[in-house]
Ligand binder design. Structure first.
Ligand SMILES: Nc1ncnc2c1ncn2[C@@H]1O[C@H](COP(=O)(O)OP(=O)(O)OP(=O)(O)O)[C@@H](O)[C@H]1O
Ligand SMILES: [Mg+2]
Length: 456
């Protein structure tokens, strides 16, 4: 769903609203003008009639005027005219008005009277002092005029409302498409940031601003992808090429060590050289493994993996070693925890984490592995009571070959955690190292960071 804030941030939406507002002001102004002109014109016409009538009556003189007035009243079938003749002190003489409305000033231009102000209906009227002292009031019903005014006012209100609604609706409709495209671009960018350099920003081939931008970024990504690929393949082929001579060297050393004629001291040296070569080979193996994991196509070979089953396998595998080293290995698997993943890789990751925990925890300690169900997915925790990793080194130990100075004497090559990190990256899972007070707690959150559940 698109929120109002997002909609407002779209320039097209604001432009449409602005046009809508200008248009509304224009139309309302135009209707206002029509209103004033029409109402004014009609009132002026009525006033003209009143003035002509008053002038005609004045010609009559005091003797015939009451008769004329009564004749006119009799002729006025539509009952829209008001006439009243009053003496100088305001006493009624004749006509269909029984008093002079108080707001009428004599010899002033005609003015509008409400129904309550005097004549019984909306009317325009004027009072004239006649040359012989009497006062004549002439008026005309303008109920129709009021009705037309009301109709005009209503039209004004309705059209204003319609323009605002249509403007808002149109602005919203026009903004939804660009918003959707921006969301698609955001999603693609997110996946690129997560390391999938093969993803490209979507474009509609319409050639608009967004397409031009997407094309530029995509060209950049092509170049970055190519360069990264070159660097990677150079280091991979180096590791690959060195493996064969190393294997040959190992075979030679083995044969040397097997020579019966060898003196004891020389045999010991040959055995040491053999062990070093084995360590070297293991390192190359691990390096190649990392690049193999990194080039794996995402989700290829993913299936439903039960983390609980993986932990049980690990327990069976490590129980003898833990016992031998005087460690307690506690594995807690209450319920199956299913995730979409590459089963072998998940096993390899957990294996490396438990291997570290057992390797670095001194005798008498405890290694605990468990699964916590969160609303986003299962979280795997492996904690030990060993020396832990200082906060400053927690990012470094995830890099290739990094080993804490303290542990350089221990067997290993500093590639185990790099492999775990590569596996986590491939799955979009997040790997965190924390202080378990004492010891280290490694947490693998087993849900892809690009999934909906992980948002927010
Ligand atoms: N559970 C742990 N407790 C204390 N330190 C740890 C723990 N796990 C890892 N480390 C530190 O992080 C470093 C890197 O770990 P990593 O698994 O990558 O390499 P390694 O175990 O030394 O060698 P490899 O795994 O290649 O055999 C270790 O050398 C160690 O200093
Ligand atoms: Mg390790």
């Amino acid at each position: 769903m698109i929120s109002w804030r997002e909609l407002w941030q779209i320039s097209r939406f604001r432009l449409t609203l602005l046009y809508g507002a200008l248009f509304a002001v224009g139309v309302i102004g135009l209707l206002g003008l029509v209103y004033w002109q029409t109402a004014g014109f009609m009132a002026a016409q009525v006033d003209q009639i009143l003035e002509v009538e008053a002038r005609e009556f004045v010609k009559g003189g005091p003797a015939v005027l009451p008769k004329w007035i009564n004749q006119d009243i009799a002729r006025d079938a539509r009952r829209i005219s008001y006439y009243g003749l009053f003496s100088a002190d305001g006493t009624w003489i004749t006509g269909n008005i029984d008093h002079i409305p108080r707001i009428l000033e004599t010899d002033a231009p005609p003015r509008e009277l409400s129904a309550r102000a005097g004549l019984g209906s909306d009317a325009r009227a004027m009072a004239v002092r006649l040359p012989w002292g009497e006062i004549l009031v002439v008026g005309r019903d303008v109920t129709q005029l009021a009705e037309i005014r009301l109709i005009l006012l209503q039209a004004l209100g309705w059209s204003g409302a319609a323009i605002v609604i249509v403007g808002l609706g149109l602005g919203g409709a026009l903004s939804v498409r660009p918003l959707r495209r921006i969301a698609a671009i955001q999603e693609a960018s997110q996946r690129i940031m997560e390391g999938d350099l093969a993803v490209r920003l979507p474009s509609l081939a319409r050639g608009d601003e967004l397409d031009v931008l997407a094309a530029i970024v995509n060209t950049m990504l092509d170049e970055v992808h190519r360069l990264v690929g070159e660097v990677k393949s150079a280091s991979d082929s180096l590791a690959h090429d060195l493996r064969t001579p190393l294997t040959r060297l190992r075979a030679l050393l083995y044969r040397l060590e097997q020579q019966p004629a060898l003196a004891e001291a020389q045999r010991a040296m040959a055995q040491q050289a053999l062990a070093e070569t084995d360590a070297l080979l293991a390192r190359f193996q691990a390096l190649l493994r990392i690049s193999e994991i990194e080039t794996k196509a995402r989700r290829e070979g993913f299936s439903t993996v039960d983390l609980a089953a993986v932990l049980e396998q690990i327990r069976d595998l490590y129980e003898p070693l833990a016992a031998e080293r005087g460690l307690e290995l506690a594995v807690e698997t209450r319920a199956p925890a299913k995730v979409q993943a590459d089963g072998e890789l998940i096993f390899e990751a957990v294996n490396n984490l438990v291997d570290n925990a057992i390797k670095f925890t001194p005798c008498g300690g405890r290694v605990a592995a468990r699964i916590i169900q969160t609303h986003k997915g299962p979280r795997l925790e492996i904690a030990d009571t060993g020396p832990g990793v200082p906060a400053l080194e927690r990012a470094a130990v995830l890099q290739r070959f990094y080993r804490s100075a303290r542990d350089r004497g221990a067997p290993g090559s500093g590639l185990g955690l790099s492999i775990v990190a590569a596996i986590a990256r491939l799955h979009g899972f997040s790997l965190e190292l924390e202080d378990a007070r004492p010891g280290l707690r490694a947490t693998l959150s087993c849900w892809p960071s690009w999934s909906r559940g992980a948002e927010g």
